[in-house]
Ligand binder design. Sequence first.
Ligand code: FES
Length: 107
Amino acid sequence: MPKITYIEATGAATTLDLAEGWSLMQGATANGVEGILGECGGSCACATCHCYVDEARLGDLPAPSDGEQAMLENVAAPRRPNSRLACQIKATAALNGLVVHLPETQE
Ligand code: FES
C-alpha cells in the first residue's frame, strides 16, 4: 500500500498506508487528518480538499482534469502551481512516499 504523508499548516505530519484506489481525500478524512474537509464527498464540487503536492513528485501524478482545473479556481487558500484537489488523486504504487502539504484554510 502506498505511503502518503500529509503535513498540516501547523507542521503536524501524518503518514498513512492508503489502499490503492483510495483518494488522498478519503484517506485523510477517514483517518482524522485535519486540514482536509472533503465536503462534497469527492465529486470535485467543493474545493475543500485542496493540497500542495511535493513539486518534485508532480510528474508522478496524472494531469488534472478540466473539471479539477476549474474547481481549483475556487480554493480558499492561495492557489500555487502545485495545487491539486486531494479527492482527484488516487493512491497508486507510483505515488509511494508522496508528501502533500495542506493549506491553512479550506473555506
Ligand atoms: S472533496 Fe470536494 S472537491 Fe474534493
